[in-house]
Design a protein. Structure first.
Length: 306
């Protein structure tokens, strides 16, 4: 196996772990309030990132006020907004639906870049955005099961909002005066997520105490250590060995992982319209990677800390 192929498989493994966060969010959201779950996850992941920084000799770089404000925006949108909205969205809909919608990240990021940064998408990218939209519509327009009928569409909207938060992270990251080292950025995002979610978590605990059940706590620890830290290590080990286009194509594993794990772990049925939506999203990911959009690589900077 060539070094480039090894890199693509490592990136694919990272995205399989990222897809599993949808299932973990479903387990967590059944018992724990989303802000509290977000604070606990960052509290569990931060010591590991700090140990990695000490072990590798990584250092934080001094940044100006403008970059500090952008980093705060990134933490608020990516580390807090993404997690809170995803947990709530999966609670109100199915993990299978949420996983397919989450797979639209490359296309949504490209759409945001076109709208807010004035970047002109090529024909491939425009078609990728249309396919991703069709995939979401296939999921949203299908009939809901009795367990999620009243809240399913609202849950899908929440997951889309979570992907929008991730796109905001990517746009803010592109506006930094200079790129930060991946491990330092991930540690900052984790610390920022903990600080920004601590007060809402404390207020939420007063108004509606959460049940810190064993499955929910196990889901939080898994989310913190396996997809967060493990995904970080796998992604950057892989992306260092392969091209950006091949690494971007690995993001197709995110919705596949979420869909299959929702069936295997949560025993959720996978229906025809979900396969149709998945097909549209996978085609959108492939077209986006062929267009050379940098969104997936940038997104994984946040995936390691969100």
């Amino acid at each position: 196996m060539t070094e480039s192929s090894q890199g693509q498989w490592l990136c694919s493994a990272a995205m399989v772990l990222v897809g599993s966060t949808v299932v973990a969010s479903k387990v967590i959201g059944q018992d724990v309030e989303p802000f509290l779950a977000t604070a606990l996850r960052h509290a569990a992941a931060l010591p590991v990132f700090l140990l990695l920084m000490v072990g590798t000799g990584a250092r934080f770089e001094r940044v100006g006020w403008r970059d500090a404000a952008l980093l705060t925006l990134q933490a608020a949108a990516g580390s807090v907004g993404y997690t809170v909205l995803l947990i709530q969205g999966v609670t109100w809909s199915s993990a299978a639906d949420a996983g397919i919608v989450a797979g639209t990240l490359p296309a949504v990021s490209a759409l945001f870049a076109a709208v807010f940064l004035g970047e002109r998408p090529g024909l491939r990218l425009a078609f990728a955005i249309a396919l991703a939209t069709a995939g979401v519509m296939a999921v949203a327009a299908a009939p809901a099961g009795p367990a999620h009928a009243p809240t399913r569409l609202l849950g899908i909207v929440m997951v889309l909002a979570a992907i929008g938060c991730e796109a905001v992270f990517i746009l803010a990251n592109k506006r930094l005066s200079r790129p930060l080292p991946p491990l330092a950025l991930s540690t900052l995002m984790c610390a920022g997520g903990l600080v920004l979610s601590a007060l809402p978590a404390a207020l939420a605990m007063r108004s509606s105490p959460s049940v810190l059940s064993v499955p929910a706590l196990a889901g939080i620890v898994y989310y913190a250590w396996v997809p967060t830290v493990g995904g970080f290590l796998l992604w950057y080990a892989g992306s260092a060995r392969t091209s950006g286009a091949r690494a971007s194509l690995a993001t197709a594993w995110l919705p596949v992982s979420a869909l299959l794990l929702s069936a295997a772990v949560l025993a959720e049925p996978v229906r025809l319209w979900q396969w149709v939506g998945l097909g549209c999203v996978l085609a959108a990911v492939w077209l986006a990677s062929r267009d050379g959009t940098p969104a997936p690589a940038a997104a994984l900077n946040e995936t390691a800390a969100r």
